[in-house]
Ligand binder design. Structure first.
Ligand SMILES: Nc1ncnc2c1ncn2[C@@H]1O[C@H](COP(=O)(O)OP(=O)(O)OP(=O)(O)O)[C@@H](O)[C@H]1O
Length: 358
């Protein structure tokens, strides 16, 4: 089942334009993520696809059929909401198979699907409880199980893991993905969590105030962000963005340090982007500074270095460190991994070699 969104626009009654011009092609069997900060319009898009929300203009096309004006029940979708939408008077099991009961699925198939779903979401011991007696995370899992057993081939999920603890969330991420692939489901998945977007998506749409910033495979967005917004959204710790002045072959940082570029770039103000994993501590490094922050992670360490720039330089080390706050260090950047953006934050499409500095 494919989904096509064409020129979707939405302004709420209060005059707030929340979707400006949303276009998307979601292919059959794709796991498609809508990611962005709170209020960026993710849920509004999902509701427009589901049919819960009339749009001002544009089309929603499901499997080549224009469903823009069809009610939700005729769109053959299932949904997993942040707020569960469970029936309080039904047990966990009854809630999960509710949609199937309505469609007269045989008793044996229903029982088998129920068993699989309960085991998937680890709720075997809770099947006879009612939603009121479950924790938020458990309710969320019931809601997830209900969508997964339904026979709808399109599943819309709105932050379905937001109430789970970190360990269960990581586990469910993998399980949802495996199940989606096994069942060949087309999923639109809303999250504000960049890790979920990176680890789960086939395609990711990053939204910012109702506009699309970039669409692509997760690593494409990470490695080839079209602007500083996208570069900054993905990655933890965040990318280092440094304001620089370029004059022919000379690049000057705001602390006065200059570097030679490998080729001339039009003179002017730019921003250089360097991801924390592409900065390395080395005694022969071209830069020096003082350790201003240390964050031990167990399997690695995030540190930040003060080199008298407006922002600290973030570095991601893959090991534990004996360095202490205030220690002086020298470091370097992997030149070929550096990105350059113009003063408006748009990625420059100059050859990578132009950035090789010495
Ligand atoms: N019914 C409504 N009336 C007016 N404005 C609304 C309505 N629903 C949402 N909005 C506004 O539309 C914008 C987008 O909201 P939406 O819920 O789509 O964002 P979101 O990205 O899903 O956010 P979150 O992650 O917080 O759920 C927000 O600025 C919100 O305040």
């Amino acid at each position: 089942m494919s989904i096509e969104l064409q020129h979707i626009k939405k302004t709420y009654a209060n005059g707030e334009e929340v979707l400006t011009d949303i276009n998307a092609t979601i292919e059959d069997g794709q796991f498609y993520i809508l990611v962005g900060a709170s209020g960026s319009g993710k849920s509004t898009i999902l509701n427009a696809v589901a049919g819960f929300l009339p749009i001002d203009s544009g089309q929603v096309i499901i499997n080549d059929q224009d469903v823009t004006t069809l009610p939700p029940k005729n769109r053959h979708l299932s949904m997993v909401f942040q707020n569960y939408a469970l029936m309080p008077n039904l047990t966990v099991s009854e809630n999960i198979v509710f949609g199937l009961s309505a469609r007269h699925v045989s008793k044996e198939i229903k029982a088998k699907k129920l068993r699989e779903a309960l085991s998937l979401v680890h709720l075997e011991d809770y099947q006879d409880k009612r939603p009121g007696n479950l924790s938020g995370g458990q309710r969320q899992r019931v809601s997830l199980a209900r969508a997964l057993v339904s026979e709808a081939k399109i599943v819309l999920m709105d932050e379905p893991l937001s109430n789970l603890d970190a360990k269960l969330r990581a586990e469910m991420r993998k399980e949802i993905r495996t199940l989606q692939q096994q069942l060949g489901l087309t999923v639109i998945y809303v999250t504000h969590d960049q890790t979920e977007a990176m680890t789960m998506g086939d395609q990711v749409m990053l939204l910012n105030q109702g506009k699309i910033e970039q669409v692509g495979a997760p690593l494409e967005l990470y490695n080839h962000p079209v602007n500083t917004f996208v570069a900054d959204f993905f990655g933890s710790p965040a990318i280092n963005l440094l304001s620089v002045e370029i004059d022919q072959n000379k690049l000057t940082l705001s602390n006065g340090i200059t570097l030679q570029l490998n080729g001339p770039i039009k003179s002017g103000s730019y921003q250089i982007g360097i991801r924390p994993e592409n900065v390395v501590l080395t005694p022969t490094g071209r830069f020096s500074g003082v350790i201003a922050q240390i964050e031990p992670l167990g399997d690695g360490t995030n540190i930040a270095i003060d080199m008298k720039l407006p922002n600290l330089i973030r570095i991601k080390l893959n090991e534990q460190t004996s360095l202490k706050l205030g220690d002086s260090v020298t470091f370097d950047i992997l030149n070929t991994k550096a990105m350059i953006f113009n003063s408006d934050g748009q990625r420059m499409t100059i050859g990578k070699e132009s950035l090789v500095v010495s």
